[in-house]
Ligand binder design. Structure first.
Ligand SMILES: *Cc1c(COP(=O)(O)O)cnc(C)c1O
Length: 711
């Protein structure tokens, strides 16, 4: 029981709004700092385990209660959203909320239902929708086992560990049917009727509903269907996507939510459009063609993958089996139905979820300028007879990242002090380029102090983890070194931190091992490199790459200056994007749709060193980081050679000398001025606030208002 004076702490703990508001975090921190750390910053768990005496003490402490009052007032303002950007500007422009569908969401570590970038984007978008006061509701999956945790064995193999989520300790609440049962809706999967339960996650005024098949109405074999994320097995995958798309629409309906706009994040969610067509045909008695027009009018689809192999495709036979009873309800025959997922453009076989989504959405977008060019070419075949630039409409909305989530609180305070002014809140004005001109007012010394603090913090965490694994007794001394215990905060630190997959080229920097060793071992101006990232469990080629990198980390020739951080996730991502000097990004040309980790790094004053791909194609301005490589390469081997060569010479001739050009007190002024240019140019453009405003103004409001242009 909470003391009366602070009785709303429960409410605050169960709304993840706290996670991106520094003062709310501070509140839980102050309540019981050791417990805050032990629970991994999980206030739901903290409040369950805290000693009552500590609560009583907090309730009697005027400093605590005044902070509590201020946090709750801020919380209530955000919940009401009456003075928000959206309400002030657009009032009733959206008669119902935007319904956002995504297969994963990365919001906070206490809710591990994401695998990577796509989830982070979805989570950031929801948080920003809340900050802007946009009417918004999100639909996804509860994966009780989530994505795997990663350990690396002594010989560098990835070990995958699955942990069951403890629902009592997670910020989720079950939604119950009027009869008190967990089953809210049903979906027919081949010969089985599956029951779906729903968990509610609160993100300020935005609700996220997570679908779950682990309800007692389902036979045990079906309860595991949603246990894990991105299973490779196709049949289970189509079942998951049917549950999400079809079940998701039904869930919103039973809860009485009437969206005015529907937004599908990536092809996994496209069955949502079919279900709405079925509703029109069956409930409103319109023809299929009319139903498609109605659905297209207020449906938005965002594609994220520039590589054909990255799109979700199901064998025709599988689709026939699962939709054989469904297409008659759309008023369709087999051939017309299967034609909805045909991909003539890329020449692929089977039922393509992106092709389906493109046909059934009136507005669609790519996630960066370059990606939109690639996508238009890729999907040209879907609209025979049109020119490439006419096919894929609405071009692109470049991704952005949620500033309060990703910028270190220490940095935010510095920005607040020098960039913010009394008349405007820094958070409110974060997407105003004018404001960030003032970044030059931060004294170099002060910036460098904060940056070094964040570097030490990162290394401290790495040491702590290594120490724990060492104490547990399951790793060798060599592995302790590979975990980064010999890193030094004064040394120029480069990070290669991202999903391990072939096209991202994690081992590119080892192209010429001897040349790299000279850089790393330089007596006066050494370099150290931190790696982190997971391989998909079914991707053996990328697991081999991971092993190669790990072998380098153990190689004494590198003096312990190559480290591999296990189990890359959102929590570790915070320390990494905030605590290194250079963020390395070297995917093969045109394969990265956008990328967002480099934006997080730049906003924290970590310089981006990247191929001119994805967001960097539009973000690089010649002075805010570096571009490596060019697009002249003839084949893959030549591309690797040329890019590695370019990378080494940049490091040797520009990056290392610039970093070590320090004054007597150890401040590298040239470096810091480049950092300021990075913050100034990246922050207002690549923040989620710019992105969500763009979605709202260019997609959501027009979709809610007007019929869609015909293809
Ligand atoms: C930001 C982020 C990503 C996305 O990074 P990319 O630049 O797309 O590689 C992936 N995983 C985590 C945990 C992140 O925080």
């Amino acid at each position: 029981m909470l003391p009366e004076r602070i009785c709303r702490l429960d409410e605050l703990a169960s709304n993840l709004w706290w996670s991106w508001h520094p003062q709310a975090r501070e509140l839980f921190r102050r309540l019981d700092y050791p417990m805050w750390r032990i629970t991994g910053h999980n206030p739901v768990k903290q409040l369950r385990e805290i000693e009552p005496a500590k609560l009583e003490a907090a309730a009697a402490d005027p400093r605590f209660t005044s902070m509590y009052d201020s946090v709750m007032a801020h919380f209530d303002t955000d919940m009401a959203a009456s003075n928000s950007w959206f309400t002030t500007r657009y009032g009733e422009a959206l008669p119902g909320p935007v319904a956002y569908f995504s297969a994963e969401y990365a919001i906070h570590n206490s809710l591990p239902i994401y695998a990577g970038g796509l989830g982070v984007l979805a989570g950031d978008l929801c948080k920003e929708a809340c900050d802007l006061g946009l009417p918004f509701v999100a639909v996804g999956f509860m994966y009780p086992q989530g994505y795997f945790h990663q350990h690396i064995s002594a010989d560098g193999r990835q070990v995958e560990l699955y942990r069951q989520l403890d629902f009592d300790e997670a910020p989720v609440n079950p939604i119950l049917a009027p009869d008190g049962s967990r089953s809210l809706v049903q979906v027919q999967l081949d010969d089985k009727t599956l029951h779906i339960g729903v968990w509610q996650v609160r993100l300020g005024s935005v609700n996220l509903y997570l679908l779950d098949t682990n309800v007692e109405e389902n036979p045990p074999a079906c309860r595991e269907l949603t246990a894990r994320l991105y299973i490779a097995e196709r049949e289970q995958r189509i079942q998951q996507e049917m549950l999400l798309g079809i079940g998701g629409v039904r869930v919103l309906r039973v809860m009485g939510i009437s969206p005015s706009v529907w937004h599908a994040n990536e092809g996994h969610t496209a069955f949502m459009m079919l279900e709405r067509i079925r509703e029109e045909v069956q409930d409103n008695k319109v023809t299929f063609t009319e139903a498609v027009e109605r659905v297209r009018a207020n449906t938005i689809f965002t594609t994220h993958t520039p590589v054909p192999a990255g799109h979700d495709v199901f064998r025709g036979e599988l689709v026939e089996r699962y939709f054989g009873d469904y297409w008659p309800s759309l008023g369709l025959d087999r051939q017309t139905f299967l034609g909805l997922g045909r991909d003539d453009g890329a020449g692929g076989q089977g039922f393509n979820m992106s092709a389906l989504a493109l046909r059934l959405s009136g507005r669609h977008n790519a996630v960066s300028k370059l990606h939109s060019e690639v996508s238009r070419r890729m999907w040209q075949g879907l609209w025979p007879g049109t020119r490439a630039e006419e096919g894929l409409r609405s071009t692109y909305v470049t991704n952005g990242v949620h500033m309060p989530t990703w910028v270190a609180p220490e940095m935010l305070r510095l920005y607040q002090k020098y960039v913010g002014d009394d008349s405007r809140d820094l958070m409110e004005a974060q997407d105003d380029p004018e404001l960030w001109q003032r970044i030059l007012q931060i004294p170099d010394e002060e910036f460098w102090q904060v940056h070094q603090l964040l570097k030490r913090k990162l290394m401290g965490i790495m040491h702590e983890r290594a120490q724990q694994r060492w104490a547990d007794g399951d790793i060798s001394a060599e592995q302790v070194v590979a975990m980064g215990t010999l890193l030094h905060p004064e040394v120029l630190t480069i990070a290669f931190v991202r999903r391990f997959t072939e096209y991202k080229r994690p081992a590119l920097i080892f192209h010429d091992v001897e040349r790299l060793k000279r850089l790393v071992r330089h007596p006066l101006q050494p370099v150290q490199i931190i790696f982190a990232g997971k391989s998909h469990p079914a991707d053996t080629a990328s697991k081999d790459l991971l092993q190669r990198v790990y072998t380098m980390a153990k190689d004494r020739g590198f003096r312990g200056r190559i480290a591999f951080v296990e189990d890359y996730d959102m929590h570790m991502a915070h320390y990494l994007v905030q605590g290194v000097d250079v963020w390395l990004n070297v995917p093969r040309r045109l394969q990265e749709a956008c990328g967002t980790s480099g934006m997080k790094a730049s906003m924290n004053g970590v310089l981006h060193l990247s191929v001119p791909d994805g967001w960097w194609h539009e973000g690089y301005n010649g002075a805010n980081g570096w571009v490596v490589g060019s697009d002249s390469a003839a084949d893959v081997a030549e591309e690797d050679r040329a890019d590695a060569e370019a990378l080494y010479s940049l490091l040797e001739n520009e990056i290392v000398p610039l970093y070590y050009a320090m004054d007597r007190s150890g401040v590298p002024h040239g470096w810091v001025s480049m950092v300021k240019e990075a913050i100034r140019s990246v922050m207002p453009v690549f923040c989620a606030r710019r992105m969500v405003k763009e979605y709202t103004e260019r997609m959501y409001i027009p979709a809610a208002r007007s019929p869609v242009p015909t293809p």
